[in-house]
Design a binder for this molecule. Structure first.
Ligand SMILES: Nc1ncnc2c1ncn2[C@@H]1O[C@H](COP(=O)(O)OP(=O)(O)OP(=O)(O)O)[C@@H](O)[C@H]1O
Ligand SMILES: [Mg+2]
Length: 288
């Protein structure tokens, strides 16, 4: 008897998302987007700025609803904030008024766990993210990388089945960023949530993921999906020097480059069109 394929952790089917614009128009951010992520799969999403990457995550998390199409998590339509889904944002989303320990214990406490048990669990996770000894600090007393670790512990302590990450490391310096990639991989191995990791950094995407999804310049839809068959467990740094990695990079970049160029051409066209709005006294003012 054959084993039935497992139900996808995330399924977006023919998703379109339109937003009302301030001038009364409609802007289509996503158009007929299909995306499937299996349980335990690490999916990276890349695409030019403004193509709808963050919007895609908000549809999975339940912060927004699709205008058309369906968003499913664990086979169920997303309706409001979905239990079992963790979100790590680009900016720190830790509570500035709470200590590191209280920040990490917040999830279990919110779900009704007693203070002592929640604190024990939080100490465990802080040890795993390398922050043992920092329990009593406040977020502003930490470096950017340490705050990211708090944010990771805060999410992973809830053992989410789905972890959504929106450019989580983009504010970090290059060295800290590469250390965090490795730390993320070893933490991910512990509980193996399905991950959607949004990034502008194609190297980071390939180093981390099982598959890389390239979105088109907006409205976003899937242009191509690339399987990353690099061995695990992986060292996110060293893997970049392998021939397989370099080959994959140039293949995916080929798909991504034209979308980045399209998006860039649009923004430069827009800024040129806006030039006549400058005050007439400006030495740079141009007559249309
Ligand atoms: N709430 C909203 N109302 C109106 N337009 C929106 C809203 N949210 C996003 N948009 C528009 O939808 C498009 C996609 O936005 P989104 O934030 O998903 O892009 P992105 O791919 O995450 O970009 P970046 O790489 O710069 O973070 C953008 O043009 C944005 O202006
Ligand atoms: Mg974004």
């Amino acid at each position: 008897m054959s084993i039935p394929p497992s139900r996808p952790a995330i399924e977006l089917n023919g998703v379109t998302k339109k937003f009302a614009t301030p001038n009364g128009g409609i802007y289509t951010a996503l158009q007929d987007l299909d995306l499937t992520v299996a349980p335990g799969e690490f999916c990276a999403v890349v695409g030019p700025t403004g193509c709808g990457k963050s919007t895609t995550l908000t549809l999975v998390s339940g912060l927004e609803r699709p205008t058309a199409g369906t968003a499913l998590v664990d086979g169920r339509p997303v309706a409001g904030i979905t239990p079992g889904v963790g979100f790590v944002f680009q900016n720190d989303a830790v509570f500035p008024w709470k200590s590191v320990l209280d920040n990490v214990a917040a999830g279990p406490r919110f779900r009704g766990q007693g203070k002592a048990a929640a604190n024990t669990l939080a100490r465990d996770w802080l040890r795993r993210v390398g922050l043992a000894g920092f329990e009593d600090r406040y977020p502003h007393q930490l470096s950017g990388g340490m705050r990211k670790r708090v944010a990771l512990a805060q999410s992973l302590i809830n053992e989410p089945e789905v972890l959504l990450m929106d450019e989580p490391f983009s504010a970090l310096d290059v060295q800290t960023r590469s250390i965090m990639s490795d730390e993320l991989l070893s933490l991910w191995e512990l509980t193996r949530p399905a991950v959607v990791f949004v990034t502008h950094d194609l190297e980071e995407a390939i180093a981390l993921a099982d598959k890389v999804v390239v979105l088109t310049a907006g409205p976003g839809r899937v242009k191509a999906t690339f399987t990353v068959n690099l061995p695990r467990p992986r060292n996110a740094q060293e893997i970049r020097f392998t021939d397989e990695f370099v080959g994959l990079y140039s293949e995916i970049w080929e798909a991504l480059r034209s979308e980045v160029e399209t998006a860039y051409a649009r923004t430069t066209a827009r800024s040129t069109a806006q030039t006549p709005d400058r005050p007439a006294s400006s030495p740079n003012a141009q007559v249309a």
